[in-house]
Design a protein around this ligand. Structure first.
Ligand code: TXE
Length: 497
């Protein structure tokens, strides 16, 4: 287990940690304190080629390894990570800035998913279906795709990589993993876990560096058969287009503009806790973050008052302190983007109810702290429709259920959604009416569980889902098998019936 100091880490290629001579370096920093945490290699296209070579070479033996054996290695990885949960959770908090309870939660989600996928080694189910012909047996089997690239963001720096890596590995693929640069130390910890669990050399390779160089080299290499990407919409679109030229399978998990509808019959104290957790957990930097409250006019003043009031005792500070409610945003870039959106909100006439500024003085001067922010805004403003990815909540007044659903749906994204109501009929209608991959009833928009599919509609992705048992769809090819044991030529659709 690495002590998260400013240690230099290499690339992991063919089972060896390498520091290619001549490559540049970059560092990661704690967004709460500015402390330098680690130094990493800015890989060049030639380094990416070496990683793909290693993955390609390791593929035949890994494919031949029985899936239950692959699952056993995953189980060892889950156990290894469980033993390091506290230490890696601290690395998550120090490098990404989420509060320590969430740092541990990030790691727990990774453990849960690796464990779940380990079991998939004993399933990986195909189908058997009847043939229309005599003495003919029909079935499907799942085969790995080959070398796959996992490209990940910084907001869940251990959970998201494992959602991809564990699923890809159990299916028999070999992997080249490229993490977001500002959480490279978390990514290093993920790779160490698999190395220490005994994954054969070359099965998982790790390249750090710029998205434009490393990501691009990965996406453009014809030997990479599938790409699993989580990140921003614009980057996702580029990756998709580039992959499409080579007819690659590209799985995209992109942004969200997730609404919580609070109806006039809602349990308001419950909704309050849900909205606070959904909007300001991870400083609003979850793809499922609650970025809009769609609020019924009959409870508008009351609920908004409760929200603003409750934020007065909200503690923003160093996320490693267990009493902190919200840490900084993850980087200087994030800070700039969020502050720009706050300015946009003010320019377009939204009413700032609380927050709306960078926090300064004392510990705040060391990091990227933004006050939790609430705007009252009509539906249709930029802040009510675009993904901000920060602690900024838009509150929108509606007169009834139909308007609430219209507002909730009238955005380019469709990841998560929620309704607070005590009316069971309305709750079930909302499940059908809300255009999103995920709907919560009487719970906030965040809180994925690994055994259920995760993903969305519209600009949130391109139709795939991660997690749950469907996770293996992304990483397998289906082979259809016909076994004719009639000892004669039989012709489907043509033989007389
Ligand atoms: O993401 P990027 P960023 C959203 C959020 C955020 C914005 C930008 O709104 O403010 O995206 O974040 C790699 N080819 N989300 O800049 O650039 C990159 O190195 C291949 C939502 O961090 O999309 C990183 O590993 N790869 C999201 C990964 O892509 C490339 C979580 C994501 O980076 C590449 C994060 C290229 N040309 C941000 N360029 C969510 N849905 O949770 C970059 N990369």
């Amino acid at each position: 287990m690495t002590d998260p100091g400013a240690v230099e880490h290499g690339l992991f290629i063919g089972g060896k940690w390498v520091n290619p001579p001549g490559a540049g370096r970059f560092s990661t920093r704690n967004p709460a304190t500015g402390e330098v945490l680690g130094h990493f290699v800015s890989a060049r296209p030639s380094d990416v080629v070496a990683a793909i070579d290693a993955a390609q070479n390791a593929f035949p033996a890994w494919k031949e390894t029985p899936a239950p054996k692959r699952g056993e290695i995953l189980l060892r990885a889950a156990e290894t990570l469980r033993g390091r949960k506290e230490a890696v959770g601290q690395v998550v908090t120090r490098e990404m800035g989420k509060v320590i309870a969430e740092g541990r939660g990030d790691v727990q989600e990774a453990i849960d998913f690796i464990e779940y996928m380990a079991g998939e080694g004993r399933r990986l189910a195909g189908e058997t279906v009847p043939s229309e012909l005599h003495r003919k047996f029909c079935l499907t089997v799942r085969q790995p795709k080959g070398v796959v690239a996992c490209i990940t963001p910084w907001n869940f720096p251990t959970a998201i990589p494992n959602w991809k890596i564990a699923a890809a590995l159990v299916c028999g693929n070999t992997v080249v993993f490229k993490p977001a640069s500002n959480t490279a130390l978390c990514a290093y910890e993920v790779v160490k876990v698999y190395e220490d669990a005994g994954l054969p050399p070359g099965v998982l390779n790790f390249v750090t560096g710029s998205g434009a160089i490393v990501g691009d080299a990965l996406v453009g290499d014809p030997r990479v058969k599938a790409i699993s990407f989580t990140g921003g919409v614009e980057t996702g679109r580029e990756v998709y287009l580039k992959g499409a030229r080579q007819l690659k399978m590209v799985h995209l998990e992109l942004g969200g503009k997730n609404p919580v509808i609070v109806m006039d019959d809602a349990d308001l104290p419950l909704a309050l806790e849900g909205v606070l957790f959904g909007a300001f957990g991870t400083s609003g930097q979850r793809c499922t973050a609650t970025s809009r409250v769609v609020l019924h006019e009959k409870v508008y003043d009351q609920f908004l008052g409760m929200l603003v009031d409750r934020l007065k005792s909200f503690k923003v500070g160093d996320p490693i302190d267990p009493s902190t409610d919200m840490g900084p945003v993850a980087s200087a870039d994030q800070e700039k983007k969020v502050l720009e959106y706050i300015e946009i909100g003010q320019k377009e006439g939204a009413k700032l109810r609380t927050g709306g500024h960078k926090l300064t003085g004392g510990v705040y001067d060391l990091g990227h702290y933004i006050a939790p922010t609430i705007f009252e805004t009509p539906h249709g403003t930029r802040i009510s429709k675009e993904e901000i990815f920060g602690p900024v909540l838009s509150v929108i007044k509606v007169k009834d259920y139909d308007e609430a659903v219209h507002v909730a749906n009238d955005v380019d994204y469709g990841l998560s959604s929620s309704i607070y109501t005590r009316d069971v009929n309305r709750a079930f209608r909302a499940i059908g009416d809300l255009e999103a991959g995920i709907t919560y009833v009487n719970a906030p928009t965040i809180g994925a569980e690994v055994q259920l599919p995760f993903g969305g509609v519209k600009n949130t992705g391109n139709g795939g889902r991660e997690a749950g048992s469907v996770a293996i769809e992304e990483f397998t090819e289906i082979k259809t098998v016909f076994i004719d044991f009639s000892a004669r030529l039989q012709k489907a659709q043509i033989d007389p019936r």
